[in-house]
Design a protein around this ligand. Structure first.
Ligand SMILES: O=C(O)CCC(=O)C(=O)O
Ligand SMILES: [Fe+2]
Length: 341
């Protein structure tokens, strides 16, 4: 029997973009360093509302109080704490998923520029697998990082009224300048509430991904950066930028909460922030199909601790890649000379 003809990864990636009507969004991404995919495309089956409900439950479980979406009082002017510090607001000795440290190279802020960040949410509710496997999200990620892209982390940001901007930075994953012209990381943000300047939107410097370097010194200060603009969008939109884009966040002056979920991807040879290897239940793979284990790192070989690990982990990774290639009818996922591999 003749072998089925397999599509080249680059052709397949482009036909997915066209099938989903994402061409103009890809053009935005290439020219302006970001795109906003509207709810009509990005938000099937009330995905954003389902995520928001799940996150309010998770926040209540972790922090002991239900977030106040209307006033934002539960999150207003959160203290700017360092990792491990006690958050008196919650009267706990142990820090749950509250405000993270301000990195040493970010100027001291009067309150938290981030609000409450909740990490490790993926297995808390199946809606997050729906969000990960959402076709427009995966099509844009594949355009930027290829079919072997993996999830680095998925997390929630809940921000109330605050004073501090979040300084400009790239999401290049810690790579030093000069950054590569080709994307190695990509940040996808589901807006679960409306974003605009007063509501504490993400800021971006259009065109900055082409500069191929990280901002330094005063360049990081959003209030001094005249070319930065707010990313505006309705709840249910999906915003995407390549790792090289200079971005930040405005403080929130309006009452209420800004809630988003970020889905951050990297190429498979990089060290992801979350470890999914060996943690994905078979029922989940059966339900979502062979792209799910690919993006959840099962096609990667982690650092090994023994001869046996190296052999069995490699065998597992090969099986996952083979299953994906066979299912999708795409070849060349091991061809490192194709940036869409
Ligand atoms: O809080 C924001 O809007 C910016 C978040 C950010 O830097 C990111 O998602 O990579
Ligand atoms: Fe970022």
């Amino acid at each position: 029997m003749a072998a089925a003809i397999k599509q080249e990864p680059r052709d397949r990636a482009w036909s997915e973009i066209c099938d989903l009507g994402l061409q103009s969004h890809v053009a935005d991404l290439d020219a302006h360093s970001f795109c906003v995919i509207p709810p009509e495309i990005a938000n099937p089956n009330g995905l954003a509302d389902r995520m928001l409900e799940a996150l309010l439950d998770i926040a209540e479980k972790r922090n002991g109080e239900r977030p106040d979406l209307e006033t934002g009082a539960t999150h207003a002017n959160q203290p700017n704490m360092h990792f491990g510090a006690k958050n008196d607001r919650f009267g706990r000795d142990e820090l749950k998923d509250q405000t993270p440290a301000v990195a040493p190279n970010i100027p001291e802020a009067s309150d938290s520029p981030f609000g409450d960040r909740m990490h490790s949410i993926f297995f808390e509710d199946e809606v997050f697998a729906d969000a990960l496997i959402n076709p427009p999200l995966l099509a844009i990620v594949t355009y930027l990082l290829g079919y072997s892209a993996v999830l680095s982390n998925m997390g929630c940001w809940m921000k109330g009224p605050n004073k501090s901007n979040f300084p400009l930075h790239t999401d290049a994953g810690g790579m030093p300048s000069p950054l590569p012209t080709m994307s190695y990381t990509a940040q996808c943000t589901y807006l679960l509430t409306d974003f605009d300047r007063e509501k504490g939107a993400t800021a971006i410097v259009p065109g900055s991904h082409k500069w191929c370097r990280n901002p330094v010194g005063i360049e990081r200060d959003l209030s001094h950066h005249e070319n930065a603009i707010p990313i505006e969008g309705k709840a249910g939109s999906l915003v995407v930028w390549p790792g090289n884009a200079w971005h930040a966040a405005y403080n929130r002056t309006a009452p209420g909460l800004r809630v988003s979920v970020t889905v951050y991807f990297c190429r498979p040879f990089m060290r992801p922030l979350e470890d999914f290897i060996g943690r994905v239940p078979q029922e989940m793979i059966d339900k979502y199909g062979p792209r799910l284990p690919m993006v959840l790192q099962q096609g990667c070989v982690p650092g090994y601790a023994s001869q046996g690990d190296r052999i069995s982990d490699t065998a597992r990774a090969e099986r996952v890649i083979d299953a994906f290639e066979a299912d999708v009818g795409v070849g060349g996922l091991r061809d490192k000379d194709d940036q869409f591999h």
